[in-house]
Structures are given as structure tokens and as C-alpha cells.
Design a protein around this ligand. Structure first.
Ligand code: FMN
Length: 136
């Protein structure tokens, strides 16, 4: 398992570094046959950032889940890249977080990854989305 991040101003990278796995930028990721957890951000009125799109176009089938940084000031576009990634690539959206995330956010994602590795959530993308609903 490796955590791949896309970060312009450093918040998503900081969150990624708190998860306890090796981390690498989308720009530096090289082809390895391993599971990926993606930490990305929302940009420009709810868009998925271009480096993330390019990364997902190549590697989406290895990405087990995403956590997406955003800012609630963006209203309905808050963290919307996560919704779009879920809908376009069928990748579970585990959590939206603000800035580099609170400790609670980090714990939620760490726990999800651990449970996913044990198979608890592995075949239940709906379950993940339900979980997201509960967290909200
Ligand atoms: C130009 C610009 C557009 C943004 N658009 C959104 C948005 O549509 N939705 C949102 O939730 N956050 C938006 N944000 C906030 C960023 O997603 C947030 O600051 C995030 O933590 C940045 O992550 P990074 O530091 O890893 O680049 C925007 C920020 C900037 C600078």
C-alpha cells in the first residue's frame, strides 16, 4: 500500500503524511503493482485537478479509496472532486476534509484503510459511501 497525493499548497500532502504509509506525489508516481490510497484536493469550482485526472486515467484500477481536501467556503462545491472521482472512476470516497485535516479525520481514514485491508469494506463500495454519509 502506498499513499499517492496531489497537493498545490501542501495541505493534502500534510494529510497524506499523517496516514503512516509511504507517500509519493502524483507527479512522481511510477508504475508499481500495488494498492494505492489517493489523497487529493478540489480546485476551481469543484473540479478534479488535472494532475489527479492524468494519474487516475493511468492507475484508477489500483486506487482503493480517496480522501479529498477542500474548504467549506466553497459551499456545494466543497470537496466535490471526491464526488466526481467516485462517480467517474467508481472509487470509494472515504472522507472530505478541510485543510490538512483534524486528528479525527486522520483516524477515520487510517481505520478505513485498515478495515479495507482486512476485507471489511473491500467489496462494498456502497458501504463506503454509506459510511461517508454517516460521517457527514
Ligand atoms: C483557486 C482555488 C480554487 C478552489 N476551489 C475549491 C472548490 O471548488 N471546492 C473546495 O472544496 N475547495 C476549493 N479550494 C480549496 C482547496 O481545495 C483547499 O485549500 C485545499 O486544502 C488545497 O489543498 P492543497 O494545499 O493540497 O493544494 C480552492 C482553492 C483554490 C486556491
Amino acid at each position: 500500500m502506498i499513499v499517492v497525493f496531489d497537493s498545490l499548497t501542501g495541505q493534502s500532502k500534510r494529510f497524506a503524511s499523517k496516514l503512516g504509509y509511504e507517500i509519493i506525489s502524483v507527479d512522481d508516481y511510477y508504475d508499481e503493482d500495488e494498492e494505492i490510497f489517493l489523497v487529493t484536493r478540489t480546485f476551481n469550482f469543484g473540479q478534479i485537478p488535472v494532475p489527479t485526472v492524468e494519474f487516475l486515467n493511468d492507475y484508477h484500477d489500483r486506487v482503493i479509496g480517496t480522501a479529498v481536501s477542500g474548504n467549506r467556503n466553497w459551499g456545494t462545491n466543497y470537496g466535490k472532486a471526491g464526488d466526481k472521482i467516485r462517480d467517474l472512476y467508481k472509487i470509494p470516497l472515504v472522507l472530505k476534509f478541510e485543510g490538512s485535516g483534524f486528528d479525527r479525520d486522520v483516524e477515520i481514514v487510517k481505520k478505513w484503510i485498515e478495515e479495507n485491508k482486512k476485507g471489511v469494506w473491500y467489496d462494498g463500495k456502497e458501504k463506503c459511501n454509506t459510511r461517508m454519509g454517516i460521517i457527514k
